[in-house]
Design a protein around this ligand. Structure first.
Ligand code: CO
Length: 466
């Protein structure tokens, strides 16, 4: 029987997409043992914004959260998302820091590390991949992930080349990450058939979002075309800007005679558990009804929904909404000059803001943002296509060349970890603490200080009581 497995995203991407990653561990700890019996391919539970949100808003130690999930789900593969050399943020970290982060992630319970780069500059995946292989347990899987986008240079052939490259590098699986939900069923069919022909022996995973309303059609076509795993969210946390619903896909696939390996009773129990939690956050306003709706605007304008709302907010602030159409027309121009980067954070903001600036000032690149300058300096990696020579000369000077970010990363190895350890002093209790500080210094420091103060209070209280 044909088999297609399902990754459950409620703890990470659904949580991030629908409620800005504010779901505390305490809300879902009780359902973890049940989830462990569901038969998911994996549970995506960590990485990206979960880490930041734990420290910044939830007063939780992200590592402790991971250990908790591991303890209650001993049998399910736990999965995280890692932005290659950027780890969880937007700057490049040194190679030794990336290696240490991966080592600790595996040690604390992660089985699958899905590694991507915003520009698909795969050199930025190398260190994380090597570290994953170095610290691998028999359950560890390094998954190479492609940021999916549409542009004149992002052809099926180009994606097939990328997959071949990921295979050559040593990844065990490949994931197509359609973060904007703009992959159509037609595109999914062509892509997945092409990729399966080229690297058929490698499991292929599709990650998409329901944002534009196409996801169910797209994953269905993807399954018909040979995809092995799809990302879904328990139904009360599905749809809108989140993933397609787990139970719905289970039901539909069953009728096709496709085995998912899921236990129907368990996945229904999981959804029953999360229903009142969802309601609680709708009532509190944390879940915005807008994030639960379908918005096909991204298909009309060919830019992700988040980027559109960001532009509308900026233009409204500047009382310049009359320039909206002009700014939209400027986006493809800026994107071409930048060598067609995928419109994913931070590139989407970079391209959007520069387009708005160009239009507002009535002259192209009269003012160039710091981020765009850094991009041309090579700090993010290599663009998918050649950048505008004219703009590069303007930023780097005639004949100026961008730096090689990988050489820069390697050069400074060793400094970052040491500096963080010194800055923390006795506030750090573990290597995990040091890593939290390196990733999110201000939030981690605040968290550690609060932790220390709390312990001192408890200690004082106990002595007085005694
Ligand atoms: Co996503």
């Amino acid at each position: 029987m044909k088999k297609v497995q399902i990754t459950e995203t409620v703890l990470r991407d659904a949580n991030q997409s629908l409620m800005a990653t504010r779901l505390p561990y305490a809300d879902y700890e009780a359902i973890l043992p049940e989830m462990d019996k569901a038969g998911y391919y994996s549970v995506e539970c960590w990485g990206g914004a979960t880490f930041d949100s734990c420290l910044r808003y939830l007063n939780e130690d992200p590592w402790e959260r991971l250990r908790g999930i591991r303890k209650h789900m001993p049998n399910t593969r736990l999965q995280m998302l890692l932005r290659g050399q950027n780890l969880l943020g937007y700057k490049h970290y040194h190679d030794d820091v990336v290696e240490k982060f991966v080592e600790l992630s595996i040690k604390n319970g992660i089985d699958i590390i899905r590694i991507f780069d915003a520009l698909n500059d795969f050199r930025n995946l190398g260190t994380a991949l090597d570290a994953t292989m170095k610290y691998a347990t028999p359950k560890t899987i390094a998954s190479g992930c492609i940021s999916y986008t549409q542009s004149p240079v992002h052809t099926v052939e180009k994606y097939i080349e990328m997959c071949k490259e990921l295979k050559k590098m040593g990844f065990k699986t490949i994931c197509l990450k359609d973060m904007a939900g703009t992959m159509s069923p037609y595109e999914a069919e062509n892509l997945i058939k092409g990729i399966k022909d080229a690297v058929g022996d490698m499991p292929l995973i599709l990650h998409t979002h329901c944002t534009t309303g196409m996801a169910y059609m797209t994953v269905t076509k993807a399954i018909e075309s040979g995809v092995d795993v799809i990302d879904c969210a328990t139904s009360c946390f599905s749809n809108g800007t989140s993933q397609p619903a787990t139970e719905t896909m289970f039901y539909a696939l069953q009728q096709y005679g496709i085995e998912t390996g899921l236990n129907e009773d368990v996945i229904n129990k999981v959804n029953d558990y999360f229903k009142p939690i969802k309601q609680k956050y709708i009532d509190s306003g944390r879940i915005n009804p807008k994030s639960m709706a379908t918005d096909a605007q991204a298909l009309v304008y060919k830019v992700p929904g988040g980027m559109l709302s960001n532009m509308i907010a900026n233009l409204t602030d500047m009382h310049a909404m009359d320039k909206f159409e002009a700014a939209l027309e400027e986006i493809p121009v800026v994107r071409k000059d930048l060598g067609y980067p995928p419109l994913v954070t931070p590139l989407s903001q970079m391209v959007g803001n520069q387009a708005v600036t160009n239009v507002l000032l009535g002259e192209r690149y009269k003012q160039i943002s710091k981020e765009v300058k850094n991009y041309f300096r090579g700090e993010y990696g290599i663009a998918p296509a050649p950048v505008s020579q004219e703009l590069q000369d303007k930023i780097l000077g005639e004949g100026g060349k961008p730096i090689d970010c990988r050489i820069e990363d390697a050069k400074r190895t060793g400094e970052e970890f040491k500096a963080a350890k010194e800055a923390l002093g006795d506030l750090a209790r573990s290597e995990e603490d040091v890593m939290s500080y390196i990733c999110f210094p201000d939030q981690a420091m605040k968290f550690f200080e609060a932790r220390k103060a709390k312990e001192e209070n408890i200690c004082k209280y106990t002595i007085e009581e005694a």
